[in-house]
Design a protein around this ligand. Sequence first.
Ligand SMILES: Nc1nc2c(c(=O)[nH]1)N[C@@H](CNc1ccc(C(=O)N[C@@H](CCC(=O)N[C@@H](CCC(=O)N[C@@H](CCC(=O)O)C(=O)O)C(=O)O)C(=O)O)cc1)CN2
Ligand code: MET
Ligand SMILES: [Zn+2]
Length: 754
Amino acid sequence: MSTFPPSTVLGYPRIGPRRELKRALESYWSGRSTRADLDRAGAELRERTWRRLAELGLHGLPSNTFSLYDQVLDTAVLLGAVPERYRDAADPYFAMARGTEGLAPLRMTKWFDTNYHYIVPEIEPGTVFKLDASKVLGEVREARALGFETRPVIVGPVTFLLLGSALERLEDVLGCYEELLVALAAEGVAWVQLDEPALVGDRAPEELAAVRTAYERLGAVPSRPGLFVASYFGELGESLPVLAGTPVEAIGLDLVRGGLPAADLTGKIVVAGVVSGRDVWRTSPGRALSLLGALQAAQVVVSTSCSLLHVPYTLADEPELEAGLRGRLAFAEEKVAEVVALAEAHARGAAPGTPAGTSADGPVSGALLWDDDEPSVELSWDDEPSVALLPEPGPASAEAVKPAGERSPYPVRAAAQAEHLRLPPLPTTTIGSFPQTGELRAARAAVAAGTLSQADYERRVETEIERVIRLQERLGLDVLVHGEPERNDMVQYFAEHLDGFAVTRNGWVQSYGSRCTRPPILHGDVSRPEPITVRWARYAQSLTSQPVKGMLTGPVTIVAWSFVRDDLPLRDVVFQVADAIRQEVRDLEAAGVSIIQVDEPALRELLPLRRADQAAYLEWAVAAYRRATSGAGDRTQIHTHLCYSDADQILAAIDGLDADVTTIESARSGARILGAVSTFGRGLGPGVYDIHSPRVPSAEEVESLLRRTLAALPVERVWVNPDCGLKTRTYEEVEASLANVVTATRHLRTTLGA
Ligand SMILES: Nc1nc2c(c(=O)[nH]1)N[C@@H](CNc1ccc(C(=O)N[C@@H](CCC(=O)N[C@@H](CCC(=O)N[C@@H](CCC(=O)O)C(=O)O)C(=O)O)C(=O)O)cc1)CN2
Ligand code: MET
Ligand SMILES: [Zn+2]
């Protein structure tokens, strides 16, 4: 087996530094360009990435890290797991990802504990696996034509099947992987990377047995590339000795979140993830080199802890960042430079902390890595003892805040709210955002460019709020929203109005498909200099006699979707944000807003991957939410919103949030949540409209989902709403869909005799 290149990354961003892929995709989807145009845009992005990685001095270049939508969907296509109903679609790949006329898309859910979403493979007993290696081989050839030898990256068989809840199909799938290895060897590929992040979670004995079977079988393929199994997002734990006992030549370890391996890896190549792919902080060279030096292995390769998909492209595109902060940061390109510099230092046998100084061959090598040698503190959410030993966070300000938990019990509040709000049965509402129009986005860009005044911008926001209010009145919705037109994003907007955060101009990170966010950087103590949303809420309420919900993002979500300082326990940081939101809740209430929604869609996302750590997390996360919301009086109705399909796993914690009403994704996931909600003790709105798809649901479809909800919950507690906010949809889609939602609800009310 050949040696492994001394430095590599597990994966790379693919949306393009200026979101070129987003534009190419959306242009193709809207019919403004052809599939060939899209493919050309993809090829340009791949070429640019390989060239840049090589320029930065990286030795082991990955391929197949590009995807037009999602790497798990690509793997399903690779293995032939395309459900029958999509096969005749004009473009089956995007039909699975987004749905088409009359055809709902596949489910989509969060990739482990990240804000990236993957398409859930649909594997039925009748699924026939059949290899289609064209994309993988195509990228290898494409890179080779440019002069680059690459290592294809593919989701591994165990993770793929666990994501598709079909581990029993291991034998069938392994046949395809064996065939793939043979094809790659015939192509002259030296190494292949199989990603197995699922192995960092708790794995049952039969799952560990599947790991053994899989890698013994693949290891036994007579003529094959070297096998590199990559783990990330945590420590392998009990999977490590199993994997180490198979013939795989190289094992990737996340040494940012996990510790040095406990198993004997002296016969293996260790691909050491010492540069974090999950944060934007510079790597401490001292810590990284001592880890590298401590590894006992046949070869130590320097790498990232996971794919760099989760960080922005480059600091070079952020001229406005304050210099002091900037000096502490590294985005993808800078992280690649760190990997290269660490590999050089490690090869020279540098003692920890020795400046590299002389590595003058790369444009960003030495200086970036070494000129500030402050050891950075480890990620605090792995830091259990410090979490346990934390003192209670103090109040945000000297002004005495009421202690958490002082609202009356739910039945008392529910009665007070019913009296005050006088809503019909099955009240209809939406989740907050209405379509973000191109005009609004352009107006924000114009303010940033100095070509539109703040006052003119604010008038446009008001005009949009009025349009949204009138539309909802016309549609006949019961609880209105202002539509969030003033927000670029539900997290970034709050970060821009709180002290302690920095935001980027081009720091885009893919969230799903063509959708991206610019995660703010939470680098200091958080506080709220002044009210954030009150003026918009007050304006919206002034336009109508219907109740308008105030709309806030919860503390866990603000932190989860930001890059967070690593010198404080995560819990402390979340409580700082909770105190700021608490002030906003009280100001909204004082302004006469009688329903306030505090979104917590990322509550599930930060749930630790190992069960042993989950209860402690849920306890403080729920406490932070209650701290943010419990300043409201009994008559004020607190809503929360979560949007992921496996909320059933933490339903008890969601109940613990003590919100009066919870709206939750359900339509996109075939209403599977309904099986678990009967014990839920408060108002609940399982979504009846999948907003991630451009499809308009019919009134019949909505009514049938509502009937299923009513079979699971008492009618007095049921709310009617979409799965999530409407910002990614067009007004045309939204009007038609919401009209059907209202029609279905009214029809159902008549059949209830209500
Ligand atoms: N942070 C976060 N995470 C989340 C969600 C979320 O809403 N926020 N929702 C869930 C699903 N994930 C999502 C992630 C992103 C988007 C989304 O719509 N993102 C927008 C960008 C939002 C944004 O920052 N918009 C800015 C910048 C918009 C822009 O593109 N401006 C143009 C210029 C304006 C123009 O002429 O069009 C440019 O920069 O080129 C604004 O509105 O101000 C997109 O990809 O299109 C939706 C859902 C889970 N995770
Ligand atoms: C990802 S959850 C989104 C909630 C937010 N209030 C919205 O409607 O956009
Ligand atoms: Zn949502």
